[in-house]
Design a protein around this ligand. Structure first.
Ligand SMILES: Cc1ncc(COP(=O)(O)O)c(C=O)c1O
Length: 363
């Protein structure tokens, strides 16, 4: 077994090493308080400072406009699949909500929403097993639609929206769980962006929800209080005892991102990392990429080999040299390399050279 392990898991995913070291260093004694950061009250001035610093770092790193609120909501991304229609479908009398079906999580988002609004599928690429983002007619974004939902990056199939739909006055909602902070985004084009925190932000179990303030105030009466975005905004995400550890870690990740020169620098680095691996995939037909080349993700790279036996051999040999968690999702099988912001170029080089060598030894 190799000493250095590179974690290619889709999530919970690797965190930056300096962040882990900082957590370890502060664990038993947070800033001279003599107690751990997970032992202090969520309403203490020290924790409120952590929460507000996380919000202000996110704003600074992304240029998020003033009229957007940053909320921390329980239950990860999936909980938002229900919270979104509960909070927003009632904006229009017909509760029509358009969903783009671009993969597994996009499908789950529309399935979970069905109990709370009239879901319509805007477009789907199910017929080619979600290997690309579907085409659509922008005339579907009519004034009586409450919102349009997309999944910015499809974690399982390894596709992403290169150009986001222009929805005019209809709020565009994006699940950015597997790509938040990986590329520069014009937030003003969106009504809501949300992300489960376990990939580019921090630990699992919570979501960051970024909402344009004029969209607050439309929640259905039956919305559970902890899923009500207006309530969360009024309480600065402290309606009840929040996951203090997740928010603390996210703050450290955002500090690290800032030290590393911000989102633009990461976008460039992420493109280089992905290009290095796609070059190996494209060099022959030994590796078969799942995503159509025009729709490829720079965060999740899914590919197959000629047989399941060969894929099992690949995973076994990769594991021995410290390339961890490369098994693809059960929907597509094969291999998936998740290369979020914290994955260093050294991990990419190690995987690329292993792929080259494995191909030479097995073709
Ligand atoms: C794009 C996307 N949406 C939603 C989810 C579900 O997130 P959670 O497990 O936090 O509910 C995931 C999980 O990987 C995801 O990748």
């Amino acid at each position: 077994m190799s000493d250095k392990v590179y974690n290619f898991g889709a999530g919970p995913a690797m965190l930056p090493e300096p962040v882990m070291a900082k957590i370890q260093q502060e664990w038993l004694n947070y800033q001279g308080m003599g107690v751990s950061v997970i032992e202090i009250s969520h309403r203490s001035k020290e924790f409120v400072a952590i929460l507000e610093e996380a919000q202000s770092l996110f704003r600074e790193l992304t240029g998020l406009p003033e009229n957007y609120k940053i909320l921390f909501i329980h239950g990860g991304a999936r909980m938002q699949f229900s919270a979104l229609p509960l909070n927003l479908a009632g904006r229009k009398a017909g509760k029509r909500c358009l969903y783009f079906e671009t993969g597994n999580f996009a499908k789950l988002a529309s399935k979970d929403a069905k109990d709370f609004c009239h879901v319509e599928i805007a477009a789907s690429r199910a017929e080619t097993n979600y290997d690309r983002i579907p085409e659509y007619d922008p005339a579907i974004f009519t004034d009586d639609v409450s919102y349009v939902h997309i999944t910015g990056n499809n974690t399982i199939y390894g596709t992403r929206w290169n150009k986001f739909p222009e929805t005019g006055d209809v709020p565009l909602i994006a699940d950015m769980t597997s790509e938040i902070l990986s590329r520069k985004i014009d937030y003003s084009k969106f009504g809501v962006i949300y992300a489960g925190m376990q990939k580019n932000l921090g630990p699992s179990g919570m979501a960051m929800v970024i909402i344009r303030e004029d969209l607050l105030g439309s929640a259905a009466k039956e919305t559970p209080i902890l899923l009500n975005y207006t309530q969360a905004d009024a309480d600065n995400s402290l309606t009840n005892t929040t996951n203090t550890f997740a928010i603390y870690t996210t703050k450290l990740v955002l500090e690290w991102l800032k030290e590393q020169s911000g989102v633009e620098a990461f976008e460039k680095r992420n493109e280089e990392k992905a290009a290095r691996l796609y070059k190996v995939i494209d060099a022959s037909d030994f590796y078969r990429g799942v995503a159509h080349p025009d729709h490829r993700s720079i965060m999740n790279l899914s590919f197959n080999l000629a047989s399941e036996e060969l894929e099992a051999k690949f995973l076994k040999e990769a594991g021995v040299i410290g390339l961890y968690a490369l098994k693809g999702h059960r929907n597509v099988g094969g291999i998936r390399a998740s290369i979020y912001n914290p994955m260093p170029m050294a991990g990419i080089e190690k995987l690329a050279s292993f792929m080259g060598e494995f191909e030479r030894n097995n073709s």
